[in-house]
Design a protein around this ligand. Structure first.
Ligand code: GTP
Ligand code: MG
Length: 254
């Protein structure tokens, strides 16, 4: 991807450093936010417990942001990942920004993801911009049943490049892949757009759970590999990993 940077003074590394790990575990959707606790270049503390929940140990911690138009399913994707449930029924648009934590076991290491769920509505954009800079990874969503949300991806990418760190991990997700009859954006179109911008891509469904775990795990793996910087380990390739996992599970081409 051609990653034009205009913002100066950004950290260009995801390597881990010591940092406080005071945490608001299990923040609830709609709750107002507290100060973020992970530094802009990640944290590592061997088996460090978070302060608010001593049972939750982790080795690495990263911030992941969910972004994209209102209604594409960001909150539902997070709830599916965190709680394994789908928020059916009336759509409650997110106000401002909120986060939830989840610790994953990645190749024997406990990787904590602090996942920020942003409001897609335009009027909250200035609020969410303030959080981009600290993000280690972004999941950019569109809705396969909503062409406008797909057409807006390019504008989102411009915004992301302007406000995030240069080495932010980025993945494009075409959500609501379960909605076969309402689909207006083909998987191939998503693939092409992602390829044009050099971004890993896959389709997901917060409703059925399709690829939800995989999306977050792939990002966590990428961040872990970057932070460990082991020259003996082969370079982790996010898209290859995702393709391989989808093949193995025999899923995910709708
Ligand atoms: N069929 C289907 N519907 C979904 C899926 N994900 C979300 N939805 C529905 O889409 C609507 C919007 O979902 P949200 O997760 O609230 O959307 P959002 O991106 O968080 O929207 P904002 O908070 O306004 O930015 C809700 O009615 C959900 O039930 C999915 O994977 N499949
Ligand atoms: Mg939301």
């Amino acid at each position: 991807m051609s990653r034009k940077k205009t913002v100066k003074g950004k950290s260009s590394t995801s390597s881990p450093t010591a940092a406080a790990s005071k945490s608001k575990e299990n923040g609830k959707p709609g709750e107002s936010i507290s100060t973020p606790e992970i530094t802009s270049n990640g944290t590592v503390h061997p088996s460090r417990p978070s302060l608010s929940n001593s049972s939750e140990f982790y080795d690495l911690a990263f911030k992941v942001m969910l972004v994209g138009d209102s209604g594409v399913g960001k909150t539902c994707l997070l709830v599916r990942f965190k709680d394994g449930a789908f928020l059916a029924g009336s759509f409650i648009s997110t106000v401002g920004i909120d986060f939830r934590n989840k610790v994953l076991n990645i190749d024997g290491m406990k990787v904590k993801l602090q996942i920020w769920d942003t409001a897609g509505q335009e009027r909250f954009r200035s609020v969410t911009h303030a959080y981009y800079r600290d993000a280690h990874a972004l999941l950019l969503l569109y809705d396969v049943t909503n062409k406008t949300s797909f057409d807006n991806i390019q504008a989102w990418l411009t915004e992301i490049h302007e406000y995030t760190q240069q080495d932010v991990v980025l993945m494009l997700l075409g959500n609501k892949a379960d909605a076969t009859h309402e689909r207006v954006v083909k998987r191939e179109e998503g693939e092409k757009l992602a390829k044009d911008f050099g971004v890993p891509f896959m389709e997901t469904s917060a409703k059925s759970g399709l690829n939800v775990e995989l999306a977050f795990t792939a990002v966590a793996k990428e961040l872990k590999h970057r932070s460990m910087k082991d020259p003996n380990e082969p370079k982790f390739k996010l898209q290859d990993y995702v393709n391989k996992e989808m093949q193995t599970s025999g899923c995910c081409h709708s």
